[in-house]
Design a protein around this ligand. Structure first.
Ligand code: GDP
Length: 523
């Protein structure tokens, strides 16, 4: 197969959702289609989120590095699917955001009984910045959910993306009759389980149990309204992430999932050219290149090795190949590499754009590093700074260990495990994280790797806003709107809550505030 054919069939995507919307359940169904697993219920073990953080570390220690479930790769029909897991629940961290820079499209699951929830909004914003296709799966139609039209307008209003329902639910919960598939021009009858019965629209007259049903009749009116007043389907706008195709269904009942997956694979994009300071690099370029979007350190002190996750962006990867690490301009031979199948790690010999490979890291890589075959040198511009939301002041318990403390912090910050700020007035060290687990991992690793015990003082949830202009007066700041400097000496303000933020913004119009989730420039 040529490299162009390999690229054309790659679909690298992530599934984003708020906890409990059904991500595990849906993933499992996709793995069943791909024959990666044989029965439902087998993916549950990977849900580290169901454990407390300390349990999680025990598990990590026992298993070594748990990378097996972070990328699931399998052939399906004419495609090669790479699903990247985005850690949620308690293990939500910056890695969750970074993973979204490595995918070409996303599936957003929404629990139809709840609507758009906070974590979905945050993850959605990252996808939106990148301008990648976003597909929506409106889950749990077998339960009494919210009004479908209301759910659609919530997507449009809260997320600011236009939507196009590919199918429409007829009834829900106990009265769920099935899906009116606008796109496939057929009715999919729900019989309470995964046996989907397909009835082309033209034959519906022969099925009075549906066509005469009062719910069906009233739903048809709703659909007519959609046809008249709703958005038009436009594959180009889907590609740019301006229009999200919406599929209703039930992951648990495996209903509407296959049609969703097949359609998704058709409209989701294969690997695209990516931007570097030397221009866009085409995926089918002769030269292999990729960048590291995540580094997983081993929690076991006896095995200090780390795995770097590399997204292949161009060319063909072959094991044993020499590459140049752009940041250091040093050449390295990639011998110890692994592919990710759902269950096993195995050595990878070749990989193509869109694939993720794990590289053994003897402590030489950093998040964001670009690796290019041969002597060439350029860097992908993929990893912006993500705004943390949780902040804690940090101190060393024993001042005699101040030196190791500094060294540990410096390395962990450089590695991207956590972010460091300084309170401007006191110079106190403040750690910023996206998820609570990051603090625990930090504390654990400081002890295990640097033999330093740390002390935290929580500053709670904060709303961080960066300051665009450098000239401003410092007298406005206090503990509720705390002035800090990030590691690049840029000023930011940590607001205690939304009220303080708005009050400050409205009263200090000359200070221009930046929300990183809205201002990051990717492409
Ligand atoms: P995750 O946290 O997003 O991975 O969510 P899970 O896949 O673990 O699902 C959370 C809960 O919702 C579990 O109890 C699932 O069985 C349930 N669930 C998932 N999908 C559906 C669905 O389509 N219908 C119903 N009724 N329950 C579902």
């Amino acid at each position: 197969m040529t490299i162009d054919q390999e690229i054309a069939k790659r679909r690298t995507f992530a599934i984003i959702s708020h906890p409990d919307a059904g991500k595990t359940t849906l993933t499992e169904k996709l793995l069943l289609f791909g024959n990666v697993i044989r029965s439902a219920g087998t993916v549950k073990g990977k849900k580290s989120g169901k454990f407390a953080a300390s349990d999680w570390m025990e598990i990590e220690k026992k298993r070594g590095i748990s990378v097996t479930s972070s990328v699931m790769s399998f052939p399906y029909k004419d495609f090669h699917a790479n699903i990247l897991d985005t850690p949620g629940h308690e293990d939500f961290s910056e890695d969750t955001y970074r993973t979204l820079t490595a995918v070409d499209s996303v599936v957003m699951i929404i629990d139809a009984t709840k609507g758009v929830e906070p974590q979905t909004i945050k993850l959605f914003k990252v996808c939106r910045m990148r301008g990648i296709p976003i597909f929506t799966f409106m889950n749990k139609m077998d339960r009494e959910g919210r009004d479908p039209l209301e759910l659609l307008s919530e997507i449009e209003e809260v997320l600011g993306i236009e939507s196009y329902p590919m199918n429409w639910p007829v009834g829900m919960g106990k009265g769920f009759l099935g899906l009116y598939n606008r796109f496939g021009q057929e009715f999919v009858k729900f019989n309470g389980n995964e046996d989907e019965e397909y009835i082309p629209f033209a034959e519906l007259d022969h099925h009075p149990e549906i066509s005469e049903d009062s719910t069906f009749k009233s739903t048809k009116e709703e659909i007519e309204l959609l046809e008249e007043a709703g958005n038009e389907f436009d594959a180009q706008r889907v590609k740019k992430g301006e229009l999200t195709p919406v599929f209703f269904g039930s992951a648990l009942a495996n209903f509407g999932v296959k049609a969703f997956f097949d359609t998704f694979l058709n409209f989701a994009v294969p690997p695209q050219p990516r931007k570097t300071e030397k221009g866009y690099i085409e995926p089918n370029s002769e030269t292999f290149s990729g960048y590291i979007f995540k580094i997983q350190a081993n929690m076991n002190p006896a095995h200090r090795d780390r795995i770097a996750f590399l997204r292949v962006c161009s060319g063909k990867f072959e094991r044993g190949m020499s590459v140049n690490v752009s940041r250091t301009n040093k050449s390295i031979k990639l011998n110890q590499t692994q592919a990710f199948m759902a269950r096993d790690r195995e050595t990878v010999d070749v990989a193509y754009p869109g694939d993720i490979i794990g590289i053994y890291d003897p402590n030489i890589y950093q998040i964001g590093d670009t690796l290019v075959e041969g002597k060439e040198n350029y860097s992908y511009k993929e990893l912006p700074q993500f705004p943390p939301e949780l902040f804690r002041k940090v101190r060393v318990k024993n001042v005699m260990k101040a030196k190791q403390f500094r060294k540990g912090i410096e390395q962990l910050v450089q590695e991207g495990a956590i972010q460091l700020f300084r309170q401007d007035s006191t110079d106190d060290m403040i750690l910023g994280a996206v998820g609570h687990l990051q603090f625990e991992v930090f504390e654990y690793r400081m002890k295990a790797e640097y033999n330093v015990e740390v002390e935290f003082v929580s500053l709670g949830d904060r709303i961080p806003r960066w300051i665009k202009n450098d000239k401003f007066e410092k007298r406005y700041f206090d503990s509720r709107s705390m002035l800090v400097r990030d590691r690049n000496e840029n000023y930011a303000i940590l607001f205690e809550n939304d009220f303080t933020y708005r009050y400050f913004r409205d009263n200090n119009k000359e200070i221009e505030l930046i929300d990183l989730l809205e201002e990051n420039e990717y492409q």
